[in-house]
Design a protein around this ligand. Structure first.
Ligand code: ACO
Ligand code: ZN
Length: 158
């Protein structure tokens, strides 16, 4: 029987499947050390979605210090969405939206005041997803990606 998805924190044994989803969905790939380092440092904002016991998508984040985009002065903690992906067969069911909402709750536990990410300017599904959650485009970084494409930085108050 088809059940709905559920969210849970990433666990060590999810590494290979999460790395597979990353490679299947995005050209930006990372070493196993990179995934495990984010898990070790920020486990509350490394979340997977499971459906029928199978991992359908993930989100992983890092907490960084940076300047506010929304009027505070000085340095604040920001939650950086480093990577999010959902396997094609599980898309348009609200999984990415739920992953981001859950990761933002995790970021608040680390006292982050804002959330941000970079996204390819041509990535219409992702830009729409972030806009639907209230993210605003706060910057364009020219030539951000390895192939020369520009990135939007999109930010949201937590
Ligand atoms: N076209 C237009 N709008 C879209 C699309 C699309 N293909 N997909 C999602 N959206 C928008 C819609 O507003 C949607 O709401 P609706 O379905 O009610 O219209 C809203 O986003 C929420 O969609 P979800 O179902 O939560 O998104 P999904 O689970 O399908 O995952 C994602 C979206 C992660 C962008 C998926 O398409 C994916 O994995 N793409 C490849 C990897 C990728 O681009 N990741 C983001 C890179 S940037 C970064 O990682 C920081
Ligand atoms: Zn980034």
């Amino acid at each position: 029987m088809q059940e709905t998805f559920r969210l849970r924190k990433f666990e060590m044994q999810d590494l290979q499947k999460v790395m597979f989803i990353n490679r299947a969905c995005l050209p930006e790939n990372y070493t196993d050390y990179f995934f495990l380092d984010l898990y070790r440092r920020f486990p509350e904002s490394f979340i997977v979605a499971e459906q029928n016991g199978e991992i359908a998508g993930y989100i992983m984040c890092r907490i960084e210090l940076g300047f506010s985009n929304f009027g505070f002065s000085g340095l604040i903690k920001k939650g950086h969405i480093v990577s999010i992906a959902v396997l094609p067969e599980f898309r348009r069911k609200g999984i990415a939206k739920a992953l981001i909402n859950r990761a933002m709750e995790g970021m608040k536990l680390y006292k982050a005041k804002q959330c941000f990410l970079e996204v390819r300017v041509s990535n219409v599904p992702a830009v729409n997803l972030y806009k639907s959650l209230g993210f605003q485009i706060t910057k364009t970084i020219h030539g951000y990606y390895a192939d020369g494409e520009d990135a939007y930085v999109m930010s949201k108050k937590l």
